[in-house]
Design a protein around this ligand. Sequence first.
Ligand code: F0G
Length: 410
Amino acid sequence: MAASFEMRCIECGKAHDMSRPSYACSSCGNLLEIVVEREDALSRIGKSDLKKRPLSVWKYKELLPIGPKASVFSLDEGGTPLVKCSRIGKETGLKNLWIKFDGTNPTGSFKDRGMTVGITKAMELGMKTVTCASTGNTSASLAAYAGLAGLKCVVLIPEGKVALGKLAQAMMHGAIVVSVKGNFDEALDVVMRAADKLAMYVLNSVNPFRIEGQKTAAFEVCDQLGGRSPDHLYIPVGNGGNSAAYWKGFVEYESLGLASGLPSIRGIQAEGAAPIARMFSSKSDRYVPVAKPETVATAIRIGNPANWKKTYKAIKESRGSASTVSDQDILRAQKMMAMSEGIFPEPAGAAALAGLLKDVEAGAVDKDARIVCVSTGHGLKDPDTAISQSVRPRSIEPTVKALDKLLRGR
Ligand code: F0G
């Protein structure tokens, strides 16, 4: 092991055996997390050449709970661009706005950060079959990494609600794709109940090793901002894994002295799938799942986020917020990113900017603040939504005259 790690319950703190697959506390049923032993991590990092290594998930290997002898299954994930948004900045008056474009990962979403660690762990545990429920991206990523490791892969997706590109990926990479007559929450329920019985390793974000891979995005953001965290991090929330992972990353990096400051986490949910944002708007601690989630951003069409407690804690601890955006807000932000900054996100990958724009319009944002919006998935994943909102190509005869006429609008 590169540093000392423990797997503990997020609620009662009970330690669990890391050499066996487990996702929930055997005493109280809450989720598990990996705890990094600080002094040990510090001594390892002290001896390493961390600063000289290029950005990638495995740049931070001393902070990942994988043994030094493990074979790492990697497609060179991470090291994604942090794009300074000058045009959107000008339009909104925001002086320091960046988009962390995680849609440039090998399979086109942030899931690859978690999957390289999760699949490496699956191999360490000697698993033969991996599984997940997915709104699309997790299944695409898992299928790719399972193929890389030679593992059998079973993915459960909500019938008719997965964007075309993601479906193509899962099928091409050779997963057994199972279409469930129900939504994501119901598919995840089946996966969790089937896992032990059918000897399948679950690689949804309830798997704490996946969260470890995903926390590296926060390390990268700090490194890309010259060793400082942003003031605010806007991030879409679906199952609640990534927002919790980012917060864990920022806290660890700061506590190890590798970055200064901590951001507020601004979780953004789609209006029709917003159980966590509702907790904040109703100012109650009562969690009420949404029975029939609906949104154009199918990636975050989730009514009962498995990680709601982790994300709720992250947002509270960071003094952040959780709020909603409409489908119209999401599609507007998607277009803005594509037209003004050269970034083509899938709808969920535009939700963070949509949330920020809403806050700017409400006058709730300090224009000098350092703000990062996380864009989680690539627009090519969901060509149907992109095409349905765009001007169709216009047909002409192959002559200059015809082109000239068209451009003059005649
Ligand atoms: N953005 C995209 C593009 C996603 O695919 C997801 C989740 C999220 C945001 C939300 O992240 O769940 O960690 O809060 N997609 C999962 C999937 C659920 O199955 O691909 P989260």
